[in-house]
Write a protein that binds this ligand. Structure first.
Ligand SMILES: [Zn+2]
Length: 263
């Protein structure tokens, strides 16, 4: 087991102390991931953050047509890809900002503004598939782990200088709380984004949504530029690399799609 370039002194110390788990492999791509957050902790953090979002944002009722639509699309993605048996929850939020997210443990949210950017169900499936891919890949937990590694490394550094540091589990728990907050705020890395693009493309294709619509979705997003680009675009730049990478995966995605729709 190795997490290339991420084994900072603090992390090694924590692992040696038997406090936390170490590395994991991405369940889909097999990439090595630094994972200091256990599966249950990830699910717990996701549920807590989702609760907070639901209490501050305007949730559309279950009977709203957009809610029914995003729930049906997500269900189709879950079934077709045999996704984990999470306590999946999907809600639509009344918000013009074109944004969407999926938290650890299968907590999904889509803003009504995203429904205006996505021209059809396949494009919405591209967005939801991408977000679900982040959750299945434990990208949030990995990001929190990386943050913890940095923080712990720094704290242990000051401990060595006699300035105090991580000495007990209460402090580690507090540190995890801070890292969790940061994990929700920080944008994903380029690695996370391309991984979610690739996995998301296959998810939608296997569910019978035309994967070529994913490219159109990103083109729609980038044409929205302007003075204040949407938040989703700032964390998900729809640049040439992104489009090229999606197109490179397209032949395989189209095979899945054709097998799914029987053409
Ligand atoms: Zn993303």
């Amino acid at each position: 087991m190795r997490c290339k370039g991420l084994m900072r002194a603090g992390v090694v110390a924590l692992i040696t102390a038997g406090t936390l788990a170490a590395c994991a492999k991405n369940p889909v791509t097999g990439r090595s991931q630094l994972m200091l957050v256990g599966e249950d902790q990830g699910v717990q953090m996701g549920a807590q953050a989702y609760q907070e979002i639901k209490s501050t944002e305007k949730v559309l009722p279950a009977g709203a047509s957009f809610t029914k639509r995003v729930r049906a699309i997500t269900e189709r993605l879950i079934q077709a890809n045999d996704l984990p048996n999470y306590e999946w929850e999907v809600n639509a939020f009344q918000n013009d900002e074109p944004n969407a997210f999926a938290l650890p443990g299968g907590k999904v949210g889509v803003n009504t503004g995203m429904g205006k950017v996505a021209a059809n169900d396949a494009q919405l499936a591209a967005v939801i598939g991408h977000e679900i891919a982040h959750a299945i890949s434990h990208h949030g937990e990995e990001r929190i782990s990386q943050q913890m590694a940095v923080s712990t490394g720094l704290q242990l550094g000051s401990a060595a200088l006699g300035l105090g540091g991580v000495g007990n589990s209460a402090q580690i728990t507090e540190l995890m709380g801070q890292a969790a907050t940061l994990g929700i705020i920080l944008p994903y890395s380029r690695t996370h984004e391309s991984e979610a693009d690739e996995i998301g493309l296959y998810y939608m294709a296997r569910a019978g949504y035309d994967p070529r619509e994913a490219v159109k979705l990103w083109e729609n997003m980038s044409s929205m530029g302007g003075e204040k680009p949407p938040e989703f675009l700032s964390t998900h730049p729809a640049d040439a690399t992104r489009i090229n990478d999606l197109n490179a995966e397209m032949p395989r995605a189209l095979e899945y799609y054709r097998a799914a729709v029987g053409k």
